[in-house]
Design a binder for this molecule. Structure first.
Ligand SMILES: Cc1cc2nc3c(=O)[nH]c(=O)nc-3n(C[C@H](O)[C@H](O)[C@H](O)COP(=O)(O)O)c2cc1C
Length: 184
């Protein structure tokens, strides 16, 4: 089973990108990870969409289509998810091929503040619902006080949080199986 990861942060030392890299180290049986990069996705422009789908968008759509599930880690910017993530998802929602429809998606996030991206995740779940993705309901992984929970290589080290993360990935792989069974 392959899970595509998408980080809503472009920052080199991003906690959210680090959270996604940590997933690989948890060694969930039968699960491999591929990391998408949304940096080169242009700003959404309906004229560009008519002319031809940009290459970076086509690549992301293909990656999502090929994946069994998608794991998105988002920072919280001004009580919501990031603009770069919204922009990428808006592109993915357009055109004849819409790979997020019925795709299992899990949402996680990390913030140096106290609320661990709860508002960003709530908004992102609503957006994904509008795109007809199948969003994993529980558990929620809200990493607050991130500066104290990652090491110098931006790998999550906080044991209590790692325990929830393992459960989330385990549940997500089961959820992907259930959705696949229902679709056939
Ligand atoms: C424009 C902007 C708005 C922000 N707003 C919030 C916010 O509403 N809540 C929060 O917890 N952190 C907020 N932050 C701080 C981010 O959580 C912090 O920069 C975090 O490290 C970003 O995630 P990253 O490490 O994955 O890049 C904001 C940061 C920026 C740049």
């Amino acid at each position: 089973m392959n899970i595509l990861t998408i980080s809503g942060s472009l920052r080199a030392n991003s906690f959210n990108t680090g959270l996604l890299r940590t997933a690989e180290l948890l060694g969930v049986e039968g699960v491999t990870f591929t990391h998408a990069n949304i940096r080169s996705i242009p700003l959404f422009d309906a004229d560009l969409e008519v002319a031809s789908m940009p290459e970076a968008v086509a690549v992301l759509k293909q990656q999502i289509g090929d994946a069994d599930g998608v794991l998105i880690a988002t920072p919280e910017y001004n009580y919501s998810y990031t603009g770069v993530l919204k922009n990428a998802l808006d592109w993915v929602s357009r055109g004849p091929i819409r790979p997020l429809i019925d795709k299992p998606v899990a949402v996680i996030g990390a913030s140096p503040g106290n609320f661990g991206t709860v508002r960003a995740q709530t908004d992102l779940r609503r957006l994904l619902h509008g795109m007809a993705a199948q969003v994993l309901p529980k558990p929620e992984l809200l990493v607050n006080q991130a500066a104290s929970k990652f090491d110098e290589n931006v790998i999550l080290t906080d044991e209590a949080t790692l325990k929830i993360y393992r459960t989330l990935l385990d549940n997500f792989s089961k959820y992907i199986h259930v959705i696949a069974t229902l679709r056939h």
